[in-house]
Design a protein. Structure first.
Length: 53
């Protein structure tokens, strides 16, 4: 099991069954944990929103 990233905050997020299934497919195909996929998506979203200022 990969080690937990440093300086993280646990957050409860509800996903649809389809979203979760798609993330699990990506995990199997790419070997990237679901939590890492979600953090990456949040980083991209925040960067996109910051550039709109």
């Amino acid at each position: 099991m990969p080690s937990k990233p440093v300086n993280v905050k646990p957050v409860l997020v509800y996903l649809t069954h389809a979203q979760h299934a798609d993330l699990l497919k990506l995990k199997a195909r790419l070997g990237v944990p679901v939590s890492e996929q979600i953090r990456g998506a949040i980083d991209r979203y925040l960067k996109q929103m910051e550039s709109r200022k």
